[in-house]
Structures are given as C-alpha cells and as structure tokens.
Design a binder for this molecule. Structure first.
Ligand SMILES: Cc1ncc(COP(=O)(O)O)c(C=O)c1O
Length: 392
C-alpha cells in the first residue's frame, strides 16, 4: 500500500489509489473488431432497425436462455415496464404494488403507465416485496403487482404469485438486476405474467442500451409487439445494439466466472475486516447467480459511517455507492403529497449497504489493493473520523 499517513489519502489531497475510476457496473466488452464486423454487416444489409435479423436472433437466443416461449426486445427496460403495466391492467387505472426498497425508476414507470405506486415493505433476506405487506396493501384500487428481483436473490416469487392468483391481479417481475439467476432452480424469465430485463451497458448483457420482456403468454407478446412498433409509440431495439448484446451473450459464462472470482476476492477481503460484511447470495448452494454485484453491510466496529466510507473510497477512484438509499417512500421519487406509513425493513436496509466496484474494469488485483486500503483505514478510525469531520 502506498499510503503512509492520512495525508496520503486522496480525500485529503493524496494520489488516488486507482488512476482510473473503478465503477459499479458490468460493462462487458466484446472484442471491438468482432463488433465492428457485425456493424459492417448491418450496414451492408441496409437493415438498421425494425425487427431485423440480428434482433430476431437475439430474441430467439434470449427466449432459449430463459426457457420462455416469447422474448420481445425493447428500447430499454423502463419502457418495457411501462408498456407491460399498461397492457396487463387492460384499461383500468389504479394502484400498483411496488417495493419501497428498490430502484429509483420504479415509482416513475408506474406513473408513466397511468397508475400510482403503492409502496410495500420488503423482507430481510431477499430484499424483495414482503408477501405479508403485499396482502395487507391490496384493496379495490389495486390493479397490479410489480415485484423486483434483486442482485443477491430473486424475491419471494411463489408466495407473491399465489397472492396475485388468489386476488386475480396481474404480476410483473422486474428482473433487471437478476438476469441469469434462478429461483427454485428455474431460470428467471418465465414467472408471473411477464418479466422485464435490461441490456444497459452496466448490466449483465451489454447492448449499450436496450431491454427485453419474456413471457409464455402469446396474446400478451403479440400486444406488446403491436404497442412497441407504433403507431402511438416507438420502443424498439435497433440492430447495432442487438449485435453488441449477442456478443455479450456469447461471453456470458466467462463473465460469470470472472464475476465469481472477483466476488470471492471480496469475500476474503471482508472476512479480514471487522464491520464490513459481504452480503451473501441467497441459497447459493442451490441457486445460480451471476455474481454481478458485490455489496457490503457497513456496521460497527468499522470506524466510519457508510457515507464517510464512500467519500473516502470515491476520492481514491473506487466508485462505491449506497445501495437503494434512501428508500423510495422517503425520497424525491415518492409522488408529492403521498403519505406512506413507516416501512421498517426498507428503512433499516437502506442505511446498511454499500456497493463495491465490480465488473470488467475491476481486476482481482484491484480488489486486493482496495482490501489493503480498507484494512489500513480500519486501523486509523479515530484519527480519520476527526480529519473527515474537520474537512467536511
Ligand atoms: C431494477 C431496475 N429496473 C429497471 C431498470 C431500468 O433499466 P433501463 O436502463 O434498461 O431502462 C434498472 C436500471 O438500473 C434497474 O436497476
């Protein structure tokens, strides 16, 4: 480690540990030349968009990956969610049940689809909708459930799907963060009425931007295609994005393997540091995961608050981030004036976790260097806390 005194920390003007930013995101990078060959072929075919052959191949490959009858690509996951929420509610408007501890776009996609979000608490293990909270929240205004599967685990899919069935409500899964994971040994993609995935560069499959919807419901698939391709909106994926996504799909197994090694390196770093616990993948012995993310629970005796830790790490170009914080019902993403009861689990989880740098731009050596820095920090807690407070 190149740090000898606190002055060497980048937050106090020292040289950052990393010369380039170490981000939180997969950023899978197929060989640029391979990609450019595909781009040339697309131009040669003079078919740049509009359900061309690359999009069709991608859809077939993704349907096979997820074991679903249909895969419909879209311009991005947000638009996929908006369109699905419009379709499954069949002209009715009302409340859509959503988790309070989740991605900031969730309440917005619900409103873009013409509904209002109804926040429910999540459960401790999987960080997804708590079935008890969902059951208590359903009333005559409820028109759908939008459940989210997270990086470290799918949500309680069986219980939520049973509630949806019993109450005759459609249920959509936002599985953006869980692409490639299983639930009960079955690949995500075919649960509920439909599932939605992203092809954003930071996600498991990189299409620069993009998304897709998987379903076994042929009517819904047809309706989605009709909605996606106009005349009212255009939300289709183009050939060039699809070509990159296909190349990253070819690399999926190797990406997962690199992710798993990086995650294991973080596990051994965190095992040496009191108060930084790497969050486990739930039932990893029987489920499959892509180990895309690494996030830690920050707690005593770790000497700094999560926010102070993030400040120090970011200055070092390790782009740590709070994980889903603040919870949606306590954030600017909550519709103005909406009164939401306390959501104790969401509120508690939102204070705990910090994402660590991952993805193709973070090597095992980087994780080890970060580990050394964290160990060094943990031995200088009192001194560092005072310096940080004085320099705030
Ligand atoms: C859980 C979740 N859902 C949806 C999205 C939106 O994906 P996209 O950028 O493809 O619209 C994201 C993006 O980060 C996400 O994390």
């Amino acid at each position: 480690l190149t740090k000898a005194s606190l002055d060497d920390l980048a937050v106090f003007g020292g040289v950052p540990l990393f010369s380039e930013i170490k981000p939180v995101g997969q950023l899978a990078s197929p060989e640029p030349d391979r990609f450019l060959e595909e781009v040339r072929a697309i131009f040669d075919r003079r078919e740049l968009t509009g359900n061309g052959p690359v999009v069709k191949t991608l859809e077939a490959r993704l349907a096979a990956l997820h074991g679903t009858a249909y895969c419909i690509t879209v311009a991005n996951a947000c638009l996929g969610l908006v369109m699905m929420l419009r379709l499954v509610t069949r002209g009715r408007t009302g409340n859509v049940i959503v988790p309070a501890f989740s991605y900031s776009g969730i309440p917005h996609v619900v409103q873009w689809a013409g509904h209002m979000p109804k926040f429910c608490d999540v459960e401790e293990l999987r960080h997804g909708l708590d079935p008890r909270s969902v059951r208590a929240a359903i009333d005559e205004k409820t028109v759908a459930i939008l459940a989210v599967c997270n990086v470290n685990s799918a949500c309680e899919i069986s219980s939520l799907a049973s509630i949806a069935k019993e109450k005759q409500l459609p249920i959509i899964f936002d599985s953006v963060s869980a692409l490639g994971a299983t639930y009960g040994g079955r690949m995500l993609g075919s649960f509920g009425d439909a599932e939605v995935f992203s092809l954003h560069a930071t996600k498991m499959l990189n299409g620069f931007e993009g998304g897709y919807v998987t379903t076994n419901d042929g009517k819904l698939a047809e309706e989605l295609i009709a909605l996606r391709d106009g005349p009212r909106v255009n939300a289709s994926l183009n050939e060039i994005h699809a070509a990159l996504a296909l190349l990253s799909l070819d690399m999926l197994d190797e990406i997962v393997e690199r992710n798993r090694k990086r995650y294991e390196a973080y596990a051994s770093v965190c095992a040496r540091i009191a108060g930084l616990d790497l969050v486990p993948y739930v039932h990893a012995e029987r489920e499959r995961y892509t180990y895309q993310m690494a996030f830690a629970h920050v707690h005593e005796p770790w000497p700094l608050t999560r926010e102070a830790t993030i400040r120090v790490l970011r200055a070092e170009n390790a782009f740590a981030m709070p994980y889903y914080s603040p919870p949606l019902h306590r954030s600017s993403h909550c519709p103005p004036g909406m009164i939401v009861p306390p959501m104790p689990v969401s509120e508690s989880l939102a204070q705990r976790f910090m994402y660590l740098p991952v993805g193709e731009h973070t090597t095992i050596a980087d994780v080890e260097a970060l580990g050394e820095l964290l160990e060094w920090i943990s031995g200088r807690g009192d001194e560092l806390r005072v310096r940080l407070r004085d320099s705030a």
